[in-house]
Design a protein around this ligand. Sequence first.
Ligand SMILES: *Cc1c(COP(=O)(O)O)cnc(C)c1O
Length: 420
Amino acid sequence: MSPIWHPFTQHGLQEPIPLVARAEGAAIHLADGRRLIDAISSWWVTTHGHSHPRIAKAIAEQATKLDQVIFAGWTHEPAENLARDLIALMPEPLAHVFFSDSGSTAVEVALKMALGFWHNRGEARHRILVMEHSYHGDTIGTMSVGARGVFNRAYEKLLFDVGTVPFPAAGTEQATLDALDQACRTQDIAAFIVEPLVLGAGGMLIYRPETLRAMRDICAHHGVLFIADEVMTGWGRTGTLLACEQAGVVPDILCLAKGITGGSLPLAVTLATPAIFEAHWSTDPAKQFFHSSSYTANPIACAAANANLAIWRDEPVQQRIDTLAARQAAMLAELAALPNLANPRQAGTIIALDVVDPAGTGYLSTIAPRLRESFRGAPVLLRPLGNTVYVMPPYCIDTADLAVLGQAIADAAESIRENP
Ligand SMILES: *Cc1c(COP(=O)(O)O)cnc(C)c1O
């Protein structure tokens, strides 16, 4: 038995853990020779495709030049180039880049920036507002601002208290806006953190850009900082470079990770407006931003991110995304016609449906293991969220692979229909 303790894995169920040998484009290849279509972009990170030659080359070249150096008080070209190009690509007035290593740390940094902002200005604002069903990571801080449930029940006593506004499901948007407005009025709110347009781990729940816009306006009105967690939605996932774009929204603080290196190496950034940066700018050392990690702005990871930005600059990435989104829309329409697939929804290159479970829903729904079992025999890597099946592939996936995916989902739905 392997000594490895895998993430989000119940080893007691003794489900097989396949050995992956290599990956290329939209496919991963197992050591036993099987080829699987990566329908979830290896947990939402792979954008252009696996083992992208331009990204791989940038990594190899940087690894022989400068592998790592302390970033507190020192700098290097890969980070300088990346920060400059990111700021040019991202909307104004986001003008400052703080590096970290994962989506969770990008969110932790965002929360600390928001609290530091109010602290350094001498205003007592400590409370964070969140949206129902949100997911922002698995550290104590990010679990605190995420949905409570079976995932974090053991740690619940350690999680800090937050205010929660209801998810703006279609038809209930005004209730969310009223709750947000009310919360901003009555409590010492430092910031509101939100996943723009799509709540990923919460079940691929999608809400309208108009609602995102209205939430941003409410926060601005009350002087509450607006944090956009685009860790999953960024880098074209919802059809535009940022999901916020579709709502004409610019946050005070923006978190990016996952696709920032095209999905090749761990790296994250937290972008901030001049107001946030200036609140920490002082001759007083006590007002500096107290955060770092050993590998902050690792040069090899920055080189991978620079190669990702070059791909966005030089290649028709937007066109690939548009083509893929149109093909997925057609696939969604076909799947939605099946009797036990409900709530079809799409945001750019993400499509999702719920498998109707007579026994109820939720992450531990009995449908989930049966779906996993069904997909195990198929040439696909799909990982349903409870009874929600979603497809979020690398942008390079072709029509043949998409057809195989559609068939695998239809077959799984059918097998559950026939053996309820
Ligand atoms: C994945 C995710 C995170 C956490 O990112 P990690 O790199 O896994 O720490 C945070 N926020 C959102 C919206 C995510 O989807």
